[in-house]
Write a protein that binds this ligand. Structure first.
Ligand code: 23J
Ligand code: MN
Length: 260
């Protein structure tokens, strides 16, 4: 049997399960809030075009609008100034093979429950590797914090001095990108960077280092508690927006199941 025949059988029997890592697009879902001198990200909006009525008697449909960076979304290299000249760095240019690949999940949920500014450091990564093995080249690395379970104002967790949410240090993301050669980095928070990420050197180190190296980001992921630390496959194809810097998307994971 070919490997795809085996996959089809496993999907049919529950040997492989599909886990949805996506939040529902909804006007109430928070978007990143930048300092007021900067342009801002638009929330999701939906308007009815017709609903089996005089505007269209046999059909219902909506017009929608949002930012490229609204909800569960993909960041392309050109999103950041460090990646502005990366070849094929817009969403419509990326090799589609990049959208399907293996994934490692670093569980930082206990740390993030203790400390809302929890940092993913080289020490955290190396402790994870001591338990699960070295992160292979070309993998997605997802930082599990259970932040996706937060609701309302607790999600951005905004204070007078800005947002407070976990994320990687410059040294942590550099180890993943330069030391391990990861494909990309994903989080459950509103950015790949910590809420206080503007205060690192460089500012927003995940964005700066990932995209400068031609790697990808995923933000506002959900259900990371349903993934194994290793052994799952991520499917994360952004919309094919001409010269787009990112895109809302449906993120799926294939995980080992109970079935035959
Ligand atoms: C623009 C500026 C800063 C950040 C972001 C966007 C994001 O997090 C994003 O959605 O890519 S931190
Ligand atoms: Mn983004």
């Amino acid at each position: 049997m070919s490997v795809l025949d085996q996959l089809a059988t496993a999907l049919a029997t529950g040997g492989v399960r599909v886990v949805d890592l996506t939040h529902t697009l909804d006007p109430d879902f928070p978007v990143i809030v930048l300092p007021p001198e900067f342009g801002q990200c638009a929330r999701f909006r939906m308007e009815e075009v017709s609903a089996y009525d005089h505007r269209g008697p046999a059909w219902k449909w909506h017009n929608i609008s949002m930012s490229e960076h609204t909800g569960t979304h993909f960041d392309a290299p050109v999103h950041w100034v460090s990646g502005r000249d990366v070849p094929n760095g817009h969403v419509d240019e990326i090799d589609p093979a990049a959208f399907v690949g293996p994934v490692c999940v670093i569980d930082c949920s206990e740390g993030a429950a203790r400390d809302e500014d929890f940092e993913l450091t080289p020490a955290v990564i190396e402790t994870w590797e001591a338990a699960h093995g070295r992160i292979p080249e070309g993998t997605w690395v997802l930082m599990r914090t259970d932040w996706s379970k937060r609701r309302g104002a607790d999600y951005l967790n905004m204070r007078e001095d800005g947002a407070h949410s976990p994320g990687p240090t410059p040294e942590g993301i550099r180890l993943l990108v330069e030391g391990r050669g990861i494909r990309g980095f994903g989080t459950e928070t509103v950015g790949t960077d910590a809420g206080q990420g503007a205060h690192y050197t460089p500012p927003y180190p995940a964005h700066y280092i990932l995209h400068g190296a031609g790697r990808y980001g995923l933000q506002c992921l959900s259900n990371l508690d349903q993934l194994p630390p290793t052994g799952a496959i991520l499917i994360a194809p952004p919309l094919k927006i001409r010269h787009g810097t990112g895109s809302p998307l449906r993120v799926l994971a294939l995980v080992p199941g109970e079935g035959a």
